[in-house]
Ligand binder design. Structure first.
Ligand code: PGA
Length: 255
């Protein structure tokens, strides 16, 4: 069975103290009284990973993810952080292919396929992001583009490999804009992605993969989005920086 997940992508925000307080506030709020919570993942900037791992490691409902990793394991790659380094810190997830990485750092499908491999080789779970810019949706090519993004980065994997992936559908026009996809638009694309995976790997594999929605998720819209049949939770940016709002979103993802 696929898992419900609520992940907070903090992007390049927060001081070390603020990061510590944010994670601590959320973890202490959910102290044992809540039972049917989704998997909760904090994705802080690299320098804070170790601290956030130490705040969450006593509670298996929480995990820590990085926002990116190198496609290389070790070596002369100044400024890069590798999957084995993340693993050694206690990180469990890594966001790969976020639209900001694609847009500002030129990451393409071939590179993302290598990053996915590097993550899996080190037992990290990739949270693979896909999603279309507005112009592509207006051109009615959004399903084709997202299918291609999934193929390029994931379809080289064997079934056992793709089963370990979490996918996040994040329409670029909804990221940081306050303009959320409607639950109908989200459900439609999630179903397209799942069907595409089923076509290549079979229904059982496709049904086992968590597909998260991302793009202006907030406390007001999370419940409706997460209740769609093929939406298994969310990847949350701006609203994950406010403890009370993130707590409400996590509650929306509870069973
Ligand atoms: P947002 O960001 O929730 O601020 O739109 C989501 C993301 O980029 O993952």
């Amino acid at each position: 069975m696929r898992q419900k997940i609520v992940a907070g992508n903090w992007k390049m925000n927060k001081t070390p103290e603020e990061a510590h307080q944010l994670a601590s506030a959320v973890v202490s709020f959910f102290d044992q009284q809540y039972t049917s919570l989704p998997k909760i993942i904090f994705c802080p900037p690299f320098p804070y990973l170790a601290d956030i791992v130490s705040i969450t490691k006593h509670d298996t409902r929480f995990s820590v993810g990085a926002q990116n990793c190198s496609e290389h394991q070790w070596g002369a790659y100044t400024g890069e952080v590798s999957a084995p380094m993340l693993k050694a810190l206690g990180v469990k997830y890594v966001i790969i292919g976020h639209s900001e990485r694609r847009q500002y750092f030129g990451e393409d499908g071939a590179l993302l396929a290598q990053k996915v491999d590097a993550a899996l080789a080190n037992n990290l779970t990739p949270v693979f992001c896909c999603g279309e810019p507005l112009i592509v949706r207006e051109d009615n090519k959004h399903t084709d583009l997202v299918k291609t993004q999934v193929e390029e980065a994931l379809f080289h994997l064997p079934a056992e490999g793709i089963k370990k992936i979490v996918i996040a559908y994040e329409p670029v026009w909804a990221i940081g804009t306050g303009k959320t996809a409607t639950s109908q638009q989200a459900q439609e694309m999630h179903a397209v992605i799942r069907k595409h995976i089923a076509g290549r790997y079979g229904k059982e594999v496709a049904e086992s993969i968590s597909i998260l929605y991302g793009g202006s998720v907030n406390a007001g819209n999370a419940k409706e989005l997460f209740s769609c049949a093929d939406v298994d939770g969310g990847l949350v940016g701006g609203a994950s920086l406010k403890p009370n709002e993130f707590i409400e979103i996590i509650k929306a993802g509870s069973n």
